[in-house]
Ligand binder design. Structure first.
Ligand SMILES: [Zn+2]
Length: 190
């Protein structure tokens, strides 16, 4: 995914302003230590996030923004995976999370995804956050924050709104740098 040639001539104008990875407010110093520090909260989700990252790559041939999602059952088995298919299908709701939730529901034969975990490379938007609440997933795990549209802590915190009767646990920043880089690389080439 790394494109070495970041043409500076393309950068100054208005740039790829849709890039969520560039939206981090604190700049280059904001990234925490990349070293092999163990993180008992995030480390257990790294392997699944790698599946989501690989799934996100599958969005690229159709020109879709690379976002990938995986739904795990209560036992940790992969129930479904999906990538963003807005361009591929012309469907404005074809975000990776919505597609993964639908497929997981088909796999289980039940709309309630009780005990399930959705793992996604980018922080969910308001639509997907709503779908996550509706599906009753137990947990949402995401990689990169989306400062411009995120609804799981960045711009809104819909999934943990106390006025809702179901509030999934949120774990963020799992392989965050890798997830952000995948998006950055995509927007760099546009
Ligand atoms: Zn979404």
């Amino acid at each position: 995914m790394n494109r070495a040639s970041t043409d500076p001539a393309n950068a100054p104008a208005s740039g790829p302003s849709g890039d969520p990875a560039n939206a981090t407010p604190s700049g280059p110093s904001g990234d925490p230590a990349p070293g092999p520090v163990t993180d008992p909260v995030r480390d257990p989700w790294r392997d699944v996030m790698r599946i989501a990252l690989a799934e996100a790559d599958a969005a690229l041939p159709a020109g879709d923004v690379p976002v990938g999602a995986v739904v795990l059952g209560p036992d940790g088995a992969v129930l479904a995976r999906a990538h963003n298919e807005r361009e591929a299908t012309g469907d404005p709701t074809a975000h990776a999370e919505v597609l993964a939730l639908r497929r997981a529901a088909v796999a289980t034969g039940e709309w309630r995804l009780t005990g399930c975990t959705l793992v996604v490379t980018l922080e969910p938007c308001v639509m997907c956050a709503g779908a996550l609440v509706q599906s009753r997933v137990e947990r949402v795990v995401f990689g990169a924050p989306d400062e411009k549209a995120g609804a799981a802590g960045s711009l809104w915190d819909l999934v943990r709104d106390r006025r809702l009767n179901h509030r999934p646990e949120v774990i963020q920043g799992v392989l965050g740098a890798e997830c952000a880089e995948q998006l950055t690389a995509f927007f760099r080439t546009r």
